[in-house]
Write a protein that binds this ligand. Structure first.
Ligand SMILES: CC(C)(COP(=O)(O)OP(=O)(O)OC[C@H]1O[C@@H](n2cnc3c(N)ncnc32)[C@H](O)[C@@H]1OP(=O)(O)O)[C@@H](O)C(=O)NCCC(=O)NCCS
Length: 164
């Protein structure tokens, strides 16, 4: 556990467990309603739960994110969220750094995200790129998205090793 202020004690970043699903969905529904993130169903979250990492305060999920693979060499950070009352406290960075270390361990070459907050990702070493360089994403997932024909998200990419 770690103390981040005098009020609250947050867990370190840990793997999500089934009891975290309602908390993840609460964050997701909040930010999806604001248009910050794409909505996901409970089924989708449950199916991908092993990809999620969370930070909790007691039993409450206060931050989360997932690392989901397109291929062995390309993974995406998805559903990255911090509870709105503690944004700016470094938890988003902790989640992303943990996901990057997982990607490094798996020898993933590239980690990407589609986002409205590219400046946050730039702080963590990501560069803005053209989303057309991710046909796996565009034609595998985006094509089913309600924003497909009018997508205004920005693609960011972190390259972890040189491509051969
Ligand atoms: C984006 C989000 C995950 C960032 O988490 P956070 O805990 O608030 O951010 P951190 O405190 O870890 O910030 C890390 C760095 O990024 C910067 N940063 C954070 N949010 C930023 C923003 N919106 N714009 C520019 N810089 C930002 C911080 O100032 C900090 O910089 P520093 O290292 O120089 O001090 C969080 O604000 C959030 O949940 N937003 C709503 C959902 C969302 O948009 N998710 C992203 C989907 S891809």
């Amino acid at each position: 556990m770690q103390q981040t202020d005098t009020q609250s004690v947050y867990s370190t970043v840990r793997k999500a467990v089934p009891d975290d699903v309602p908390g993840i969905l609460t964050l997701l529904n909040h930010y999806a309603a604001q248009g910050d993130l794409l909505p996901r169903t409970r089924h989708d979250v449950e199916e991908n739960l092993n990809h999620f990492r969370v930070i909790s305060s007691g039993s409450e999920v206060v931050a989360c994110g997932s690392l989901e693979h397109f291929t062995e060499e390309l993974a995406e950070i998805r559903s990255l969220m911090v509870a709105s009352n503690i944004k700016g406290g470094g938890l988003g960075r902790q989640i992303v750094e943990n996901l990057i270390s997982i990607a490094q361990h798996r020898k993933v070459g590239r980690v990407m995200a589609l986002t409205y907050v590219p400046k946050f990702f730039h702080k963590l070493g990501f560069k803005t790129v053209n989303k057309d360089i991710f046909p796996e994403k565009v034609w595998g997932i985006c094509v089913n998205c309600y924003k497909f024909h009018n997508c205004d998200e920005i693609a960011v990419l972190l390259t972890l090793k040189q491509q051969l």
